[in-house]
Ligand binder design. Structure first.
Ligand SMILES: *Cc1c(COP(=O)(O)O)cnc(C)c1O
Length: 390
C-alpha cells in the first residue's frame, strides 16, 4: 500500500531516551523543559526571531485572529485546507473569498481590492503547498487599507522567501506540525510574529490568559503543547534536512518521469528556497484525473485531492462563485511523497498515470522491480528510518 504520505518516525531508541528524561522529571506539560528546548532549537533552525509552540495549526490560526482583535470580514483563499476558513468562522468573523491565481494557485492579489469593504479587518492567505503567496503585493494592499495580514504557512516548514524564513512575514504567520506535515510533532503547531507585544499577548492567550499564578491579563484558551509532542519534534528536527533533501530528489524524479503527461504544476515563486512539501499535479481534465486516481487505487496507491472541494462551497457558508479555484480543485491530485518512497514506487505510479493518459485505461497489475532505493540517484543521501522502508 502506498499512501499519499507517511509520517517520519525516528528510531525508537531516540524517542525513548527523551521518554526516560520525562519519567525522571515527572513534568509532563505546562511549558516544560522539552517544550522550551524545542522552541529554542526551532528558532535557531528556522532563524526566526520569535515563535510559540501551540497545540495544533488550527489553534495557531485561532490565536492569531484573536490576538489581532479581528472583527467583521476577513479576506481569504478558497483553495486551502478547511481549517483556514473554519478558524475565521470559529472566531466569529466572516470569510470573504477571493479567487486564486491560475498559475500559482495562491490567492490572486489583483482581485483583493475589489473585495474590501468598510467591514474588512484582515487578509488571511495560505502559502499553498509551501509556495509563498505574492507576499509583497498582499502587504502593500494591507498597508494601503490598514488591514492586518495573517499567513497560513502550514505547508512551509523550511521554505525561505528572499533568503528569510517565510514564517517571518505578515503580522502573524502560523504553521502546523501535524503528523502529515513534513516536520511534525504528532500534533502541534506554532505562531510567529516580529512584534514583541503580540508575542506576549499570544503567549498569555495560549495559557488561559495567565499573567502570573493568580492573575489573568486577558481572555485565553488552552493552546499549549506538551513534553511528549516536543520530544517527537526534537527527534525529528535532527532528520529534517535529510527529509527535505529526499523530497527534492523525489520531486525531480516525478517531474522527469511525467514529462510527457498533459498536466501543469504550480508556478513557484521566483524568490524561493522551496521545501517540496507536496507533489500536486493539475490534470488537463477532471475525467483524466479521476481515471488516474482510480487506476492508482486499483494498485493500492492512494493519492489525495488537496484541495477539493473549493472552500467557497462549504455548506455552512454563503456560496460564492470562484471559477479559477473550482476548476483547479476539480482537476488537481497530490501524488504520494514521503521519505521512504523508492524509485520503483515512482516508476510504478508514473507508468500507471501515463498509461491512463495514452490508452485511456486503468493499468493492469504492474510487476514491481525489486525495490531500488531512490538514493541510487544520490549516493550521499542516507535517510534514517525505523524499518518502514519498502
Ligand atoms: C494542516 C493544515 C492546517 C491545520 O493544521 P492542524 O495542525 O491539523 O490543526 C491549517 N491550514 C492548512 C493549509 C493545513 O494544511
Amino acid at each position: 500500500m502506498i499512501p499519499v504520505t507517511k509520517p517520519f518516525l525516528p528510531v525508537i531508541q531516540e524517542f525513548e531516551s527523551y521518554m526516560s528524561s520525562i519519567w525522571e522529571r515527572q513534568w509532563l506539560t505546562n511549558n516544560g523543559p522539552l517544550v522550551n528546548e524545542l522552541e529554542l532549537k526551532l528558532k535557531n533552525y528556522l532563524n526566526v526571531k520569535h515563535l510559540l509552540f501551540v497545540s495544533n495549526g488550527t489553534m495557531a490560526l485561532q490565536i492569531a485572529i484573536k490576538a489581532l482583535g479581528l472583527k467583521g470580514e476577513i479576506i481569504t483563499t478558497p483553495f486551502s485546507f478547511v481549517a483556514t476558513s473554519n478558524s475565521i468562522v470559529w472566531e466569529g468573523c466572516t470569510p470573504v473569498f477571493v479567487d486564486i491565481d491560475e498559475e500559482t494557485f495562491n490567492i490572486d492579489p489583483a482581485k483583493i481590492e475589489q473585495a474590501i469593504t468598510p467591514r474588512t479587518s484582515a487578509i488571511l492567505a495560505t502559502h499553498v503547498y509551501g509556495n509563498p503567496c505574492d507576499i509583497d503585493a498582499i502587504q502593500k494592499i494591507a498597508d494601503l487599507h490598514s488591514l492586518k495580514v495573517i499567513f497560513d504557512a502550514a505547508h512551509c516548514f523550511g521554505t525561505k522567501y528572499k533568503n528569510k524564513s517565510v514564517f517571518e512575514y505578515g503580522d502573524i504567520s502560523t504553521t502546523s506540525f501535524h503528523a502529515t506535515k513534513l516536520f511534525h510533532t504528532i500534533e502541534g503547531g506554532a505562531v510567529f510574529t516580529q512584534c514583541p507585544d503580540l508575542l506576549k499577548k499570544m503567549a498569555s492567550m495560549r495559557n488561559f490568559g495567565f499573567n502570573g499564578p493568580e492573575e489573568f491579563s486577558e481572555l485565553g484558551i488552552n493552546g499549549k503543547n506538551c513534553e511528549f509532542h516536543a520530544a517527537m519534534g526534537l527527534c525529528n528536527l535532527k532528520h529534517v534536512d535529510e527529509i527535505l533533501d529526499k523530497r527534492r530528489l523525489l520531486s525531480f524524479y516525478y517531474w522527469r518521469a511525467l514529462s510527457n503527461l498533459k498536466a501543469k504544476y504550480p508556478k513557484l515563486n521566483g524568490d524561493l528556497d522551496y521545501n517540496y512539501a507536496y507533489f500536486p499535479v493539475l490534470f488537463d481534465s477532471a475525467d483524466l484525473m479521476l481515471s488516474c486516481q482510480k487506476a492508482l487505487e486499483n494498485e493500492k496507491i492512494y493519492c489525495r485531492r488537496y484541495f477539493y472541494p473549493s472552500l467557497s462551497s462549504l455548506p455552512f457558508l454563503a456560496p460564492a462563485y470562484m471559477p479559477v479555484c473550482e476548476s483547479v480543485a476539480s482537476r488537481i491530485l497530490c501524488l504520494p511523497l514521503y521519505h521512504t518512497l523508492t524509485s520503483s514506487d515512482l516508476d510504478l505510479i508514473t507508468r500507471i498515470i501515463l498509461r491512463v493518459q495514452n490508452y485511456g485505461q486503468p493499468a493492469q497489475a504492474e510487476k514491481l522491480n525489486p525495490a531500488a532505493p531512490i538514493e541510487a540517484l544520490h549516493p550521499a543521501l542516507v535517510i534514517a528510518q525505523n524499518g518502514t522502508a519498502h
